[in-house]
Design a binder for this molecule. Structure first.
Ligand code: MG
Ligand code: MG
Length: 272
């Protein structure tokens, strides 16, 4: 079901989103070779609670942890384990938080130390596709406009766009309408209106788009074992235009990365 948000609700949702953004920023300086995902998961749980919020994924559909941690060929929904990360790995970290009754839910794929150039390119292109999708998230446009922008860009790079998992509306529920697929046709699907808040989240494979699921009932991985990337932002339609509620700026501050990639999607400059 689609539930449009009032400006007051959007401000509350920005708070929920920022809990997640700060958590990803905290993790950015902890992700390095030798560290394991279970350790990072515990750090994240404590950090979220310290901010007066609840982990959004813990216990949801019986998920056992705070973070979805999906290394290398895992696409999404990886369960944190005690295996140490290695130099050259990538790890997709998806985090949810519940504050004031609203969910934040976004993700970033981190390189662990130095990664191969083709892996770095997968991360770069996937993130670029997210912003191309966000550019199309405006009043009057449709689900297919966002979907096409993401699909077209990634497929032009020879990548596989995962079909089975999609973005979604966000609010008092973690998953609201509309579904936000990363593939589709321009001008098709539900039309966007003022006050809609969604999670846009391309899941992009270096090779085949095909996926499989582990017997744990959660972990989704690429069918060919090649790496996969996942970037997710929370975005509202404000004054007809896309307004980012989440930010990667905490990550970039932690890692010393300079970028203006978010500037077009925020009415006021972000003050951290
Ligand atoms: Mg997510
Ligand atoms: Mg999501």
């Amino acid at each position: 079901m689609i539930k449009l948000k009032t400006p007051e609700e959007i401000e509350l949702m920005r708070e929920s989103a920022l809990v997640v953004s700060k958590t990803l920023g905290m993790l950015a300086s902890e992700i390095k070779p030798g560290v394991n995902a279970l350790f990072l998961d515990k750090l994240a749980e404590d950090f979220i609670r310290e901010q007066g919020a609840e982990p959004g994924f813990l216990g949801m559909y019986d998920f056992p942890n705070t973070l979805n941690m999906s290394p290398n060929a895992q696409v999404v929904h990886g369960i944190p384990n005690a295996e140490p990360l290695k130099e050259g790995d990538i790890i997709s970290v998806d985090c949810g938080a519940l504050k004031n009754g609203y969910y934040g839910d976004h993700a970033y794929t981190f390189p662990v130390g130095e990664v191969a150039p083709e892996t770095a390119k997968l991360l770069k292109v996937t993130k670029e596709s997210l912003y191309l999708g966000i550019s199309e998230f405006k009043a009057g446009n449709r689900v297919g406009d966002v979907a096409f922008a993401i699909q077209n860009y990634c497929e032009n790079h020879g990548y596989g766009v995962v079909r089975e998992l999609v973005g979604h509306g966000l609010g008092k529920s973690l998953h609201e309408g509309p579904e936000m697929p990363n593939y589709g046709k321009r001008g098709r699907g539900k039309q966007f209106k003022e006050g809609l808040v969604v999670a846009i989240e391309p899941m992009i494979n270096m090779g085949t788009r095909r996926i499989k699921q582990l017997k744990d009932g959660w972990t989704i991985l690429t069918a060919d074992g090649k790496p996969s990337a996942h970037f997710e932002h929370n975005v509202a339609i404000v004054d007809g235009k896309p307004e980012l509620l989440s930010t990667y700026q905490y990550i970039y501050d932690a890692l010393g990365i300079e970028t203006d990639e978010e500037d077009n999607f925020r009415k006021e400059k972000l003050v951290l």
